[in-house]
Design a protein around this ligand. Structure first.
Ligand SMILES: Nc1ncnc2c1ncn2[C@@H]1O[C@H](COP(=O)(O)OP(=O)(O)OP(=O)(O)O)[C@@H](O)[C@H]1O
Length: 742
């Protein structure tokens, strides 16, 4: 029979034994650290040899040593967190990294290794040879508590069982505004998704708080551990909905010893493009739609806004005119032959124009036999240069968007747009034309346009006496007529190395060799998409360009989607993922919300998505949600008073969530309160969690868009402890939530 739980002496004894093992493991960790530092020093010494090969070798060595040193540092916190006692009498300790003693005996098994799998998968129904599973709670390097699960009572003999076998202690931790790793308490259904095969894409679905984000991040750590050669060098990209979310999750991978993955939000995925503002729902819907790719393609192929419609030259008294029809034809012909986009076609354009002019001269009976002289003469004229610049300007993506502020052009490029839609889009891009600012949803369009337009000529250092960079005849450093190089490239010198390590610390991770084209999007070996239900078709296309050979991990909750037409996004997702095999997983347990909060959210869920099934909440001990009426007042003072009371009553974070666009109304009311109070709108609350969530104006959230009920559902599912609602419409709120005003 197992020894009874709660025997203090037995517990002391077990704690002491575990402490002994943990101490030995830390001693070995220190030893490994010394080794990593020695390797680093050796790597740097390599540089003194001075040859290119030695520098490259040093680069690789330093990179590896740094990676190793960092993962050892990350492992320091909670190095050992578990133990398995097996049927065969063997014991195994599980921890953040693998550790061996001086005789190469295993002290700690890395949590990602196959030998650790049973720690996450064993259950009383399927004990997998495990008799007792133990979770160690450490503070610093001291073991402070133990929680045991008895999985195979028949085999337990006189084994001591400590604690309630619960992992809920981990859940009741106070929130500090960042996500934490869950290595010690990953649950079986989560583990199955984390360790899913790599020969395809993994799709994880589940309700709020079921651990989708946690699973996605732990999968990254797992992949980088098991398949470092495949994923380590070519990079892993993790994409989240907004910068706030990215900041929230950015601690998890480093805490797992993985600093190499790149974390980006959808708004800053494209280098050099920063979204300055959010579109309203109508503009967002249009800019995200798949039809936008055709519209942009046609815009790029068309005459740029404001371009001249004819070109005339005189040659020895004969005037030749290319009218708009001829110019259109020339444009079509150049584009039909061109592969790299209009920005790469200036040379052909100039040649084609000159050929056309010469042909017309001939047909007028003039200019026989002087073709080269004619070309040189015309090409040297300022009017020709000015025409070329105006009619075939080198365009940046933002120039094309600004050109779409013209409703007439918009209608031409997409005939299916309604007059209202034209007004919405033209109005939005008028802002771009005026200020140069682009929106969150413009980012995917800018990325699409970069591919369509082709690269702008690279900046070159002008050689002495060469024409300046603005010279339209100098394209890509070459005179388009003579073919001569007129600038000089940045010399191909040996650059100071540690590029791998630099790239790693700069968070870029992915491959882009020096010689590769910098206008091409960086490609990744694995892409993780969180909150994937919110991606538009255009955003999927943007990601698809970064993962043409990638495998994917996609996590989503369709019930939290902000879009009305999920089928278009599903189609775009299929396009990005290509024909790869898919492994699908469903997570069913809600680890975030106490039952009381989950019940209220479930009432909204059935309205938002009829027939949807809520996940099972496992946390108890929450308090019933409260509803606070504003009674005709502005919400601000009511929210401030409530938040001040909450600050006194609860530890941890307080998230105040408003309808989109309404945060400014409350900013002044919440000014000066502690930093653990965070104010955001319902869209920015995606993926985050707080000890207390204060939802302001639920009706406003619902009425803001056709999918407002889902947005409210998202907002209501952020709390790990307490939910409070501030409303100007208490009857409506009470009826919806089933909670009477306080
Ligand atoms: N196995 C686990 N052990 C301990 N905590 C867990 C476990 N799984 C999830 N959690 C915790 O539950 C909370 C919710 O997890 P997470 O944010 O990953 O959920 P989600 O499914 O992504 O939610 P949402 O859809 O709202 O973004 C987090 O605090 C996470 O640490």
């Amino acid at each position: 029979m197992p020894a009874p739980a709660g025997d203090p002496q037995a517990k002391e004894h077990e704690l002491a034994a575990e402490q002994g093992h943990v101490d030995r493991s830390y001693a070995r960790l220190e030893h490994m650290r010394d080794e990593a530092q020695a390797l680093l020093r050796q790597g740097y010494r390599q540089a003194q040899v001075g040859t290119r090969a030695a520098l490259v070798e040093r680069d690789v060595m330093v990179y590896r040593a740094e990676l190793w040193a960092r993962s050892l540092d990350a492992a320091d916190d909670g190095l050992v967190f578990g133990r398995l006692d097996q049927l065969d009498g063997e014991t195994r300790h599980i921890g953040r990294i693998g550790i061996r003693d001086e005789d190469s005996e295993v002290l700690v098994v890395d949590w990602r290794a196959p030998a650790a799998e049973a720690f996450y998968r064993a259950t009383p129904d399927d004990p997998r040879g495990v008799v007792r599973r133990r979770v160690l709670h450490c503070r610093g390097r001291s073991v402070v508590d133990i929680e045991d699960d008895l999985l195979d009572p028949d085999a337990a003999g006189d084994m001591v069982i400590i604690g309630d076998g619960a992992f809920l202690a981990a859940l009741s931790r106070t929130r500090d505004g960042s996500m934490h790793d869950i290595v010690a308490t990953i649950q079986r259904e989560q583990d199955e998704a984390i360790r899913a095969p790599i020969d395809g894409s993994v799709l994880v679905r589940g309700g709020p708080g079921t651990g989708k984000t946690a699973v996605a991040l732990h999968r990254v750590a797992y992949l980088l551990f098991q398949y470092r050669r495949r994923f380590g060098s070519r990079g892993v990209l993790v994409v989240g909905p907004n910068p706030r979310f990215t900041a929230y999750i950015e601690r998890v991978l480093p805490s797992l010893g993985e600093g190499g993955a790149v974390l980006r939000s959808l708004g800053d995925l494209v280098d050099g493009v920063d979204a300055a503002y959010h579109d309203d729902a109508a503009a967002a819907r249009l800019k995200g739609a798949a039809m936008m790719s055709g519209l942009l393609r046609r815009a790029v192929a068309d005459v740029p806004a404001g371009a001249p419609t004819e070109f005339a030259v005189s040659h020895r008294g004969t005037r030749i005119v290319l009218d708009h029809k001829a110019l259109r034809r020339i444009r079509r012909e150049v584009l039909a032959k061109n592969r790299g986009g209009p920005n790469t076609a200036r040379l052909q354009v100039a040649r084609q124009l000159l050929t056309e002019l010469w042909g017309r001269l001939l047909s007028r009976g003039a200019g026989r036999g002087e073709k080269d002289a004619f070309h040189e003469d015309v090409a040297a004229r300022d009017e020709f240069a000015a025409f070329l610049r105006a009619w075939w300007p080198l365009q940046r993506p933002v120039d094309v968007l600004a050109g779409l502020a013209d409703p007439e052009r918009l209608r031409r490029f997409e005939r299916d747009l309604t007059p209202e839609q034209v007004t919405v889009l033209a109005g939005s891009w008028a802002r771009t034309a005026r200020t140069g600012e682009v929106s969150f949803h413009d980012v995917a369009l800018m990325d699409e346009l970069t591919g369509l337009l082709g690269p702008l000529p690279r900046k070159r250092t002008p050689a002495h006496g060469s024409p300046d960079e603005d010279n339209p005849y100098v394209v890509d450093g070459r005179d388009i007529f003579s073919g001569e190089t007129v600038g000089r490239d940045v010399p191909d010198e040996i650059t100071e190395v540690t590029t791998y390590a630099d790239r790693m610390s700069g968070g870029r991770g992915a491959r882009r060799a020096r010689d590769e084209d910098e206008d091409e999007p960086v490609e990744y070996a694995h892409i993780v998409v969180d909150e994937a239900q919110d991606l538009t078709p255009m955003q999927w296309r943007m990601l698809g360009r970064r993962g043409r050979h990638a495998t994917w991990t996609i996590v989503e909750d369709p019930a939290q989607s902000a879009w009305e037409d999920p089928s278009a996004s599903a189609e775009a997702m299929a396009g990005a993922l290509r024909e790869r095999r898919r492994y699908e997983f469903e997570l069913t347990t809600n680890y975030r919300n106490p039952v009381e909060v989950a019940d209220v959210a479930a009432r909204v869920l059935v309205r938002a998505v009829p027939g949807a099934r809520p996940s099972r909440a496992v946390r108890s001990g929450g308090e019933p949600p409260t509803v606070h009426a504003t009674a005709g007042e502005r919400a601000g003072p009511v929210v401030r008073k409530l938040v001040r009371e909450l600050l006194d009553a609860v530890e941890g974070t307080i998230g105040v969530v408003t309808p989109v666009g309404a945060t400014e109304d409350l900013a002044a009311d919440l000014a000066g309160l502690e930093a653990r109070v965070q104010l955001m709108d319902a869209l920015d609350a995606k993926g985050l969690e707080f000890d207390v969530a204060v939802i302001v104006d639920p009706r406003g959230i619902v009425e803001q868009s056709p999918n407002g009920m889902r947005t409210l559902y998202v907002a209501l599912t952020r709390a790990t402890r307490l939910l409070a609602v501030v409303t100007g419409d208490p009857d409506w709120t009470a009826e919806l939530l089933g909670v009477e005003p306080s």
